[in-house]
Design a protein around this ligand. Structure first.
Ligand SMILES: [Zn+2]
Length: 251
């Protein structure tokens, strides 16, 4: 089954201050996005509440990425519950509206954690599963198509071996055929955008703005956003809108 109109959705994790610069680029190309915020993070700096409110006031969705960015499997179930519940409460107090989207820190979770976001009142949880262009919704999970990161072909292969999916395998081999081995994200991104259009699918790029340090990094992500923004035959939605649209269409 194909979508009437292909969907593009973008999500960036961790709430690094570079998200402010990225949000301006999204605005420039009329692209909607979801920023997954962690309230504290010992690994990287995070935005202040007023900076988070600024991104929100620009029209972007704010999702929760946990309280402290600790990986749920590494902590007790009680602590995991705090990560999921308290981060929602704090963000909602900060923003004055419901937070619907949750994203597992480090993409790590176990079966016992799946019910926590639903129990806390989130609509869905975004994962870090890759190469999902068709049928990226699985229960309450929203999978992605690519990470904006120079992941090698071997990296994608290892990912697929751990989380096999027939359609993802097909996309993996097709992408090697079209982009070659170890394609840089800007090349792979263009190919996957084109595939979403031709297959009537959903292109979902996720990433981390703290990985953009050089002028070249910013130029390359801007070029990809400009490319996506030029595809007027597509719907650009935030993650919650994407989840709702895909769930309703049973896609
Ligand atoms: Zn993260």
């Amino acid at each position: 089954m194909k979508l009437d109109k292909p969907i593009f959705t973008f999500s960036f994790d961790d709430g690094h201050p570079n998200d402010l610069k990225l949000a301006l680029l999204f605005k420039k190309y009329s692209i909607k996005a979801t920023f997954y915020i962690t309230i504290q993070n010992s690994e990287n700096p995070v935005m202040t509440p007023s900076e988070i409110r600024k991104i929100h006031s620009m029209g972007f969705e704010i999702g929760s990425h946990g309280l402290t960015h600790r990986r749920l499997p590494a902590i007790s179930l009680e602590a995991a519950e705090q990560e999921v519940f308290l981060s929602k409460k704090k963000l909602e107090k900060m923003l004055g509206e419901k937070v619907k989207a949750y994203c597992f820190a480090g993409g790590k979770y176990q079966t016992r954690h799946l019910k926590l976001p639903l129990k806390a009142g989130y609509l869905f949880s975004r994962t870090t599963r890759l190469l999902r262009l068709c049928h990226p919704v699985e229960g309450s999970l929203l999978h992605t198509t690519m990470q904006y990161y120079p992941l090698t072909t071997l990296g994608y292969l290892k990912h697929l071996v751990r989380r096999p999916n027939v359609l993802a395998w097909r996309l993996f081999f097709n992408s090697i055929g079209h982009c070659g081995f170890n394609a840089p994200p800007k090349k792979l991104g263009r190919y996957l955008i084109d595939m979403a259009i031709s297959e009537g699918g959903c292109f979902h790029l996720h990433g981390h703005s703290y990985e953009f340090s050089s002028k070249r990094d910013w130029k390359e992500i801007e070029e990809l956003l400009e490319y996506a923004g030029s595809k007027k035959q597509c719907r650009c939605l935030n993650n919650s809108e994407t989840f709702l649209t895909l769930s309703a269409s049973r896609f």
